[in-house]
Ligand binder design. Structure first.
Ligand SMILES: [Zn+2]
Ligand SMILES: [Zn+2]
Length: 279
């Protein structure tokens, strides 16, 4: 078996993606309760005991709320930046915190990683890289994207980013499968009930990728290698799956060099697991 992935769920209500080569099973983030992630893994056909490790992109609750309990119950390591570990544990002191992650992650389970680092989890190679997301003074979050590799087959994940930086473009080159954010439609976001501050933050260089920004990446910077680009982290309020899909597909079709490319654009949903993408 090569490398496969399944987006177990994606959106502001919770994120988790399974990366597997058979013997090694990695969860990227877990924003779901233990019961819910176990249910979703069961739907995929994997008991939670088979998870080898969790890697964490950043400390926002939709990526982290289920990490501590899962790591504790399964007695597995969790790979995250030191700043993510510190910030996660710091929020436990705030009485105003709405996070469901109530306990500090056991430091003995923490494996510290830094942007740009290459490491291995079992039989899968991992590269992590910085994503531009919410690095504001009042929310100093460092965020990671990941590329997983097995026998030269690569799968890239980049969600929660305000723009597609040159680094992201480089890291996603040569991937057989890509999970990429397509968070909102700009007009829908502007017309939404959200406050001006939140709108500005989402639209900013360190917010979330719009359908248009994802389309621009596909038209201008995507290398055409991937068999699948799975659009992820769609806003339920400020996006529509069909709109995200149409915008991205149209962007690819605009490229004469891509007409014969076999890239399929698909969607990851918040409430159900994706199909399994296998390479
Ligand atoms: Zn985030
Ligand atoms: Zn998120």
């Amino acid at each position: 078996m090569g490398l496969c992935f399944n987006v177990l769920g994606s959106g502001s209500s919770g994120n988790s993606t399974l990366i597997s080569d058979g013997p090694t099973n990695i969860l990227v983030d877990n924003g779901f309760s233990y019961k819910e992630i176990t249910r979703r893994l069961g739907e995929y056909g994997l008991p939670p005991e088979k998870i080898s490790a969790i890697v964490v992109s950043h400390e926002h609750g939709d990526h982290c709320d289920g990490v501590e309990l899962f790591v504790r119950k399964q007695d597995i390591p969790v790979f995250m930046m030191k700043s993510t570990f510190d910030n996660l544990n710091k929020t436990l002191d705030k009485s105003s915190s709405k996070r469901k992650c109530k306990r500090a992650i056991d430091p003995s389970k923490h494996r510290e990683i830094s942007p740009g680092e290459n490491f291995e989890i079992g039989s899968i190679g991992v590269t992590c890289f910085s994503l531009p997301h919410n690095s504001l003074p009042d929310d100093p979050v460092d965020t990671l994207g990941f590329v997983f590799e097995k026998n030269g087959v690569r799968v890239g994940i980049a969600t929660d980013l305000g723009h597609v930086s040159n680094l992201v473009i480089e890291r996603l080159k040569g991937c057989a499968g890509i999970v990429l954010e397509s968070n909102h439609d700009v007009a829908m976001l502007k017309a939404s009930q959200r406050s001006w501050e939140i709108k500005q933050r989402i639209l900013g260089k360190h917010g979330h990728l719009s359908n248009a920004a994802t389309a621009e990446y596909l038209t201008r910077d995507f290398d055409g290698t991937a068999a699948h680009v799975v659009l992820a982290h769609l806003s339920t309020e400020c996006n529509l799956p069909d709109l995200a899909l149409l915008t991205a597909r149209r962007a690819l079709q605009e490229r004469p060099d891509m007409r014969r490319a076999q890239t399929k654009i698909e969607i990851a949903y918040p409430d159900k697991i994706s199909k399994t993408y296998q390479y």
